[in-house]
Ligand binder design. Sequence first.
Ligand code: F6R
Length: 362
Amino acid sequence: GKSGYEHYMLKEIHEQPRALRQAISGRINDLATSVDLEVDLPTEYLQSIEEIQIIACGTSYHAGLYAKELLETHAGVKVTVHIASEYEFNGDRDPWRTLVLAITQSGETADTLSALREATRAGARTLALTNTLGSTVTREADDTVFIRAGPEIGVAATKTFVSQVATTTLLTVHLGQVRGTLSSQATTEFLESLRDLPGAVQQVLDQAPALKRAAETYADSKAFFYIGRKAGYPVALESALKLKEISYDHAEGFAAGELKHGPLALVTPETPVIAILTNQAAAEKTVNNVKEVESRGAPVIGVASDSAVTSDIDTVFEIPACGPLEPVVANVVLQLFAYYVANEKGRPIDKPRNLAKSVTVE
Ligand code: F6R
């Protein structure tokens, strides 16, 4: 049941601290120096990989973009992220040195399974990241890592997204160590961020009433734009997807620097711009983009841990600092924002029109 929550989505948003604890439980050693994902990926193989190809759809694709940011920066491996329905195994790649990572909550998404079969035919090693025991992807991939988020009933993915990011963070630490690219300081920072994440998410959940008020203030807007940089960019895409799915409003996510290359023409006093101001240096640049939209009269909602970057912004949601996982914390703010905008409009949040929880057609 919904345990007293009005919708499964709200229940699942509130379950995130627990889902995150489960995702990391037993997978980090006592000294917080190494990670064990219980998969059969030999060290020599992980050292020899030249490219990780991530295949996924929708929210899982956004988790893939986040993983790329982490893996390329910290595990010294090239990562390409593919919308599963567009995927082809490129003939000039060495399949023996390519790991194909299928990210799929349900494990049943037809586009993702079809891309996985293409990779298998090409001779690449495949790894599935899923939430669902016994799902098709677990039978077809060479190996599986479970995200352990617990069942997700609401059509809009929430807790599975954060659990996907937490699990790919563990994968990043493991690869970075095996490949010798992750310093012990960075290892500690990652593992501390993972350990702090459930508490940080809980602090956001405790701000729900303020988020509800902000959502009610802006619910009648003409469109919503989300901007972010680095790992804040996939979170901008994901937050926009969430809002469009459940509220039916026009929402788009942009890389903050891209606004001035076109989308700025859409920005008016009727279009709130939600700025994800995470990752210090990146946030300072995004503040310049915030100024561009403010001068066009757009209301700005900022999400940040560092109040130094938000001093000129009207509506600010402060989040706890959480290192490389801070954008995940920002995502939770924006899940709640989307939920309350949709609820204000009386939308059928758990079963939006035209959408299904698992998409089994190509
Ligand atoms: C969005 C959403 C969809 C799924 C997509 C892939 O809230 O739920 O975009 O993320 O259909 O589904 P899985 O992860 O099951 O492959």
